[in-house]
Design a protein around this ligand. Structure first.
Ligand SMILES: N[C@@H](CCC(=O)N[C@@H](CS)C(=O)NCC(=O)O)C(=O)O
Length: 201
């Protein structure tokens, strides 16, 4: 059975969402990163980078959250455009990498310097905050013109985004004002015509 190594942080939660959306059977394996369990030899054999999430699927191992999203969506052919849909697939890969290389790292460092780092931290906090806001503004502009990240179809790109978006007031330290600056747009519940949940239609 597929094993899902997780904790409750943003990146593992993207995978929890996709596994539930796909209705797949899986064994959830908690990794207590506060106790250092990510450095145990058994876990390092799964993810040499000592981070969650990771999965094992038979003799296949996948680590890094957006790689796992892509792997599972491709395997199930759901929530991702196929390789024959070049234009849509290109957009999906672009936004997945944008989230993996921009939204995640800058938001994560913003959290660290805002909530955990010792003084002096003004320079680092300012730098990461600026880049986090810049990335979220790119997404905000895109989502103000589209129902979902890939247009009209809910996909793993939305799931990758959700992992971080649900924590935005804490990430950016902007409290309730967060939802004025980055307002919720169409959601499945609010969007009457959005009944198709798979990016492949
Ligand atoms: N690029 C990785 C980042 C994974 C990551 O940073 N995971 C955090 C939880 S969200 C973690 O395992 N932290 C424990 C540690 O850094 O020791 C991904 O997208 O999966």
């Amino acid at each position: 059975m597929l094993k899902f190594f997780f904790n409750a942080a943003p990146n593992p939660m993207k995978i929890a969402l996709l596994l539930e959306e796909l209705g797949l059977a899986f064994e959830a394996v908690p990794v207590d990163t506060r106790k250092g369990e990510q450095f145990a030899p058994d876990f390092l054999a799964v993810n040499p980078n000592a981070k969650v999430p990771a999965i094992t699927d038979g003799d296949t191992t996948v680590f890094d959250s957006n790689a796992i999203l892509l792997y599972l969506a491709d395997r199930e052919q759901k929530f991702i455009p196929s390789v024959t849909q070049a234009k849509e697939r290109g957009a999906a890969l672009s936004w997945l990498m944008f989230i993996a290389s921009g939204i995640g790292p800058f938001s994560g460092q913003s959290v660290h310097f805002r909530h955990a780092a010792p003084e002096p931290k003004a320079y680092a906090l300012n730098r990461y905050d600026f880049e986090a806001h810049r990335h979220w503004t790119v997404l905000e502009k895109h989502l103000s013109q589209h129902t979902y990240m890939l247009g009209e179809h809910y996909s793993i790109v939305d799931m990758a985004l959700w992992g971080w978006a649900r924590l935005l007031p804490y990430v950016l330290g902007t409290g309730d004002a967060t939802w004025t600056q980055y307002p919720p747009h169409q959601t499945p519940a609010r969007c009457g015509q959005c009944t198709t949940r798979s990016a492949t239609g």
